[in-house]
Write a protein that binds this ligand. Sequence first.
Ligand SMILES: NC(=O)c1ccc[n+]([C@@H]2O[C@H](COP(=O)([O-])OP(=O)(O)OC[C@H]3O[C@@H](n4cnc5c(N)ncnc54)[C@H](O)[C@@H]3O)[C@@H](O)[C@H]2O)c1
Length: 500
Amino acid sequence: MKHIFLYGPSGSGKSTIGKQLANDLRLPFVDSDQIIEINAGMSIPEIVKADGMPKVRDLETEALKQIIKNGKDSIVALGGGALLRDENRTLVEQNGKVLLLKAEISTLMNRLDKDPNKRPLLAGDLEAKLKAYLDGRAWHYASFPLQVSVDNESVEAISKQAQVLAGRHHLSAMGEYDVFVGSVSNVPNLQNPIIVTDENVAKYHLEKIQNLFNAKAVVVPAGEEHKNLETVSHLWKAFLENGLDRKSTVIALGGGVIGDMTGFAAATYMRGIDWIGIPATLLSMVDASLGGKTGFDLPEGKNLIGSFHPPKLVIADPSLLLTLTERELRSGMAEVVKHGIISAPDLFAMCQRGMDWVKANLEEVVKHAMAVKIKVIEEDPYEKGFRAALNLGHTVGHAVELVSKFELRHGEAIAIGTAAEARYAARVGLASQSTVEAIESTLSVLGLPVQIPNEMPREKIIQAMRVDKKKNAKSIRFALPVEIGKVELVNVDDLESVLE
Ligand SMILES: NC(=O)c1ccc[n+]([C@@H]2O[C@H](COP(=O)([O-])OP(=O)(O)OC[C@H]3O[C@@H](n4cnc5c(N)ncnc54)[C@H](O)[C@@H]3O)[C@@H](O)[C@H]2O)c1
């Protein structure tokens, strides 16, 4: 929806990383220096020699205007001082995100030593010139909020970090689709779109999204108890009544309940039509909207009917979360903690800072947590192996949620499940007591429960676990924490022992 501009000193790898990022995001790559050289008909050192640096800056402004006028999203590598000019900075910040590539002087020296001729500002004594050049620009480079460190990292890893910071991903493991974190704007032109949402979300956000997409809308009752065949059937009929055909697109605006049901209704309507996810809860942003699992519940258990049908686009706008109740936001944090435990100690550390920090840094939390889910589903889209790690806390959690008759929010049940499964992992020697304590205290600091309610009959929980769709004949496979950042899949026969 907008350009990503890579900026930083000469030698920081803007072109190399830019090409990788463009490839990962399936976007064109543009080198602004190349455009300058094509437009001028000579190389940048030749321009500097003939007309001086101010001429290069003028040509830079022209090149940027040309790239932006082109209209298509792209990855743009900028010259090392291109944004020193205010006009250029305003231009790029209005038309995309700037990622600053940060490097130690030794990294830059290594790279520039191999390529001394192309950098006119650094000709001569490289080390002294480079130091003066970086000192002179330190304040300028430090003023860009999105920074990626490029020292000792592979190009692939830097590209991944850049995607997280920019809040933009392209998924290709099951279908091809883009995921954006940011405000809903510049939406695609769709044929006969219809928004599916629930009564709570409709109150706050439907009008704006409806106007943006110029879409019709169907509003259903809110809550897990309505994630059933009756509501799905209501959606199919609404699609028919509104004249949706195979080329139409459905937009799911809401939490995981709306996303799962809308995705399923889209998967099955006329043998499958496109859908777009606009998740509106934290849980749906960082989990449910990604990965293509759709479905609904039966009275016997959650998600027993479903299909894999990924969306065509996901737009996660953290500002939608501002209308969530405190309880819903906390509940969503259970999945964020889970993602941290699975593979992101840095995300887990963010969770340890508590709700006030989380609320003040929602976009950062969403970006990092989405990245974990994306990594997992890209590795194993159809849950043949590692994707099952996402079930951490869910085997006990789903059962507790069901037995509570949905009195517990999904995330609260998952928090209870995560803590119970962690304690079990410690009892069987898989995790250390300090890992369990870290998990329990992090969930608690976020205001989430960690104990199965005393009054909840254990046999009902075990019965519910057996019905859960993740059972197999002899035993149930659990994703258990080993340490923060690592889980292991373990088959368990004796379910009583998990709840001790
Ligand atoms: N498909 C998957 O991979 C996947 C993964 C995890 C969970 N899930 C499913 O997700 C569901 C839980 O999702 P959820 O927690 O988002 O629940 P939800 O969809 O029921 O939303 C929670 C509540 O918040 C309200 N709400 C939603 N967005 C709001 C907003 N922006 N402002 C104010 N109120 C808002 C809703 O009306 C609802 O009352 C479960 O059914 C679970 O099975 C699916």
